[in-house]
Design a protein around this ligand. Structure first.
Ligand SMILES: NC(=O)c1ccc[n+]([C@@H]2O[C@H](COP(=O)([O-])OP(=O)(O)OC[C@H]3O[C@@H](n4cnc5c(N)ncnc54)[C@H](O)[C@@H]3O)[C@@H](O)[C@H]2O)c1
Length: 304
């Protein structure tokens, strides 16, 4: 069997936690860390290597862009983190410039891997990466609303005293302020979730604003996103066909086209194999259109 390899570009809070998660779960044979701050990547690689006697087979090193050559997955978590009070959209211009330089390097060495984008605003950075790479759309995946859906399922489960893994509920649209909860399809074993409007509103608000709450408490969010990225990598590496709410280019999705947004997708070794069309209510459809419109305007503002 050929070796599996993941490269992580941007080894800050999210990148390093993702690397550590992949290491603990022994997901790959080779894990390469790249950061503009070479000392950080080197220090993290040494630190993780010192844990290998307690783990197993993964080879970890601080690398260069040449290491992208035979990578199965390249995860991009580089960029500026959200500052307290700053919206994800405020980050846009700073991160587009960073991505321009990263993508130029990656594309010199890799032509057939899968790019997994987590940097914010993630839907726009994913769209930019697809546009810049000219790769087939299924191989450029944004982490989308997978984390938001996970927060949503956790909060619903907590309210009901039910394991969040048994809660089926989706957040779709932008990973950010215009995202929407699909309450019309939320269920537990096919039964409707018995919340009044006030409870629904509270749970969705806590889901949507979770990042702001965590960032104001400790400066960054990284554990749950690392697990979400690990989940996507596993679906790809094991050719699972798992349904995950990742960000992909929508084409006539309830009338929405030419924008990356988070929706349920079937993810396997080809990347996003298929987009699943949820049966949305009229008001959910309208909210999805508003989310798409917001992102299109932002994409135009950076002239992609
Ligand atoms: N998608 C999600 O659900 C989600 C969740 C949490 C954070 N994020 C986003 O992930 C990104 C990273 O967040 P963080 O908290 O790890 O930030 P961080 O500041 O801790 O780390 C960013 C890293 O990127 C590196 N970097 C900057 N420019 C680079 C370049 N040109 N090449 C290589 N490396 C470069 C920095 O040196 C730093 O180590 C942010 O955009 C953040 O908003 C996304």
């Amino acid at each position: 069997m050929s070796k599996t390899k993941i490269v992580i570009i941007g080894v800050g809070a999210v990148g390093a936690t993702t690397a550590y998660t992949l290491l603990l779960r022994e997901r790959v044979d080779e894990l390469v860390l790249i950061d503009a701050n070479k000392g950080k990547a080197k220090g993290d690689a040494i630190d993780m290597n010192h844990g290998l006697p307690f783990l197993g087979r993964t080879k970890v090193w601080a690398g260069e862009y040449e290491d992208c050559r035979d990578a199965d997955i390249i995860i991009i978590t580089a960029g500026a983190a959200q500052k307290p009070g700053e919206t994800r959209i405020d980050l846009l211009k700073r991160n587009v410039a960073i991505f321009e330089s990263i993508m130029t390097e990656v594309l010199k060495y890799n032509h057939d891997g899968i790019l997994l984008i987590a940097s914010n605003p993630v839907d726009i950075m994913s769209y930019f990466s697809w546009w810049k790479s000219k790769w087939p759309v299924q191989r450029i995946i944004g982490s989308g609303t997978l984390l938001d859906s996970s927060r949503f399922r956790y909060l619903i489960g907590e309210e009901l005293g039910i394991d969040p893994r048994s809660v089926h509920a989706h957040i779709i649209g932008e990973h950010g302020d215009s995202e929407l909860p699909v309450w019309s399809l939320a269920n537990i074993a096919g039964t409707r979730i018995p919340f009044d409007e006030e409870t629904k509103e509270r749970i969705f608000t806590n889901t949507r604003d979770a990042a702001y709450e965590i960032i104001s408490a400790k400066g960054a969010t990284y554990y749950a996103i690392a697990l979400a990225l690990d989940r996507i990598c596993t679906a790809i590496l094991h050719d699972e066909g798992a349904v995950l709410n990742v960000s992909t280019l929508l084409q006539d999705y309830h009338g929405v086209s030419n924008v990356y947004l988070g929706v349920p997708c079937i993810v396997d070794s080809s990347g996003v194999r298929e987009v699943l069309k949820l049966e949305l209510s009229e008001s959910e459809r309208e909210q999805l259109h508003r989310s798409a419109q917001k992102l299109k305007e932002l994409i135009q503002s950076v002239e992609v």
